[in-house]
Design a protein around this ligand. Structure first.
Ligand SMILES: [Zn+2]
Length: 132
């Protein structure tokens, strides 16, 4: 299995004036980094973390799937998503932040069952509320 987390680089760095999204974005990245550190324990092949800059929605992704929607007649590409590719090459895309956090924290729970040390990632109150 391969996984890619894509987030808005500007939200991650707190430059988009949305402190709530920044908190959630940083939690996603922290969780993904923890999963990547221990990916061998759960049989994951690769986990990529891509921080997307404004105006560059495509091109840098490791797994080529991007969520799009139409807003006011314009195509909007999602800047935050989790893509999973299973061993048969099927792609699953999670565009909702709560689903992204849910999938990542489930992976961490799975890792915890195999790890001797504490692998828990402390979540912000914003994220904790999203997945509660
Ligand atoms: Zn942003």
């Amino acid at each position: 299995m391969r996984m890619e987390l894509r987030v808005c680089k500007h939200c991650y760095e707190g430059e988009h004036g949305n402190p709530e999204k920044t908190a959630v974005t940083r939690d996603m990245v922290n969780c993904a980094e923890r999963v990547r550190e221990y990916k061998d324990l759960i049989g994951m092949d690769s986990l990529y973390i891509t921080k997307v800059k404004e105006g560059e929605p495509g091109g840098s992704e490791a797994l080529p799937a991007i969520v799009a929607s139409i807003e006011d007649g314009q195509i909007q590409l999602s800047d935050t998503q989790l893509v999973m590719e299973d061993d048969d090459g099927n792609m699953l895309v999670y565009p909702e932040p709560e689903d992204v956090l849910e999938v990542l924290t489930r992976n961490i729970d799975q890792i915890q069952q195999h790890a001797t040390e504490d692998v828990t990632v402390e979540l912000s109150t914003e994220s904790a509320e999203l997945i509660s």
